[in-house]
Write a protein that binds this ligand. Sequence first.
Ligand code: ZN
Length: 506
Amino acid sequence: MKTKNQKSANEVEILTGRLRELSYLSSAISVLHWDQEVYMPKKGADARASSISLLAGLVHTQFLNIDHDGLLSSLGKKLSAKKLQPHDAAIVRETVRSFEKASKLPETFVKEMAELTSKAQHVWVEARTKNNFALFAPYLEKIVAKKREEATLLGYEVSPYDALLDTYEPGMTSAEIERIFTDLKEFLIPFITQIRKSSIGARPRTNTTSAQFPLEKQIAFNTEIAKAIGYDLDAGRIDVSAHPFTTDFHPHDVRITTRYNLKDPLESIFPTLHETGHALYAQGLPHEHFGTPLAEAVSLGIHESQSRLWENLVGRSLPFWKHWYPRLQKTFPKAFTSPLGAFYRSLCRVKATPIRVEADEVTYNLHIIIRFELEKALIEGAIEARDLPRLWNERYREYLGITPKDDAEGVLQDVHWSSGYIGYFPTYTLGNLYSAQLWNTVRKEIPDLDKRIAKGDLKTLREWLRVCIHRHGKYHSADDLILNITGEKLNPEHFSRYIREKYSKS
Ligand code: ZN
């Protein structure tokens, strides 16, 4: 006869088998998405949208079917009675959580949302190209109405925004975000004004526009950096897309994209560092748990902390370029003639721009705060979609001291809302905050980290991240993970201090 523990373990094994099948199906969807961004011809868009939506429907239905014989319910009871081993408990806890969310959304709702956002994305592209918000407004109104409905279906205690935010950053509330963002705003707005007046904000970039940077050389340089960080190219690849992204089908197949500008190789190096940061996380997830939450990222905020850490804390640091600048000079001998110090200072230029993806690490978070404030007000019904262009421009004037020249450069610049991603933006800033807090800890734990990075050793840092974060999957919540590693909960002070120290120096 089997003992109770053995029986639970077998049940978890059966659940894992079902989850794994679902993950293989989801991987197929990801391959289609990847191909859409990297290779698909324009005319393939409609057929591809249908394939993806059909498969997404299958995944949703099959996921809801996971408890057809009461397996998950039975494991849920054992979880409540604390009768599961810790790893099994984490699998069941997270699966129950997703299952409860998914079962609150009727299939018709899921399909309508998929269809609406698929159409809205096309309209958004057209509206942005034609700089015509009025084209997109009716779709955005419908999306907002649907997202309000989604929040009601999912349920919430204080703000409907909380229900949406929880999808991307489990456990986080809008009240907490508001508290963090208010402090950040109070620090950043006067700080930016202050450095704009000093010489720091005014430093010109190294003049590279006159030179040409052959694509093959840029690709080779980016690949060398990605490999040096520890990106396993036998389990990944680097392609080109308009908007760089990372996608993972399995920890053994994690792909990134970047983009190249023949006039400026730095425009690919930073996106490559960013996406490699995401890729290292995905490659570092324990493949033996593939399909279960133990092989999934904790949250989007934690994912973003990995990309921002490599892009900004490492990639925009002097030690990093001590090693890489001579290589950059050797690769492009005519272009980079200034000494290291001047080159480094050119990377630290702070200048408000209307475009989020072009923003420096200081002003970036104000772009996010504006989006958070507006989308929260939209979901709560305090404002309507038609008010957005005016409010958007007002906030940009107030927070960043600039006015977008038109809506294409303003409210229409991001794809997120047309995709139905409302509640997503705050995770970018959470990533910045987490990354600075992790950076503070790793520098204490590895006191010679700067020296190692200056010698080209990036694997020590990669290994630390792997041990502390990547290999745990969703075993811990974001809160507990950060507490375990750094000894405190999310503390935005680390980010403010990092910015103050780096950008107050002359
Ligand atoms: Zn990212």
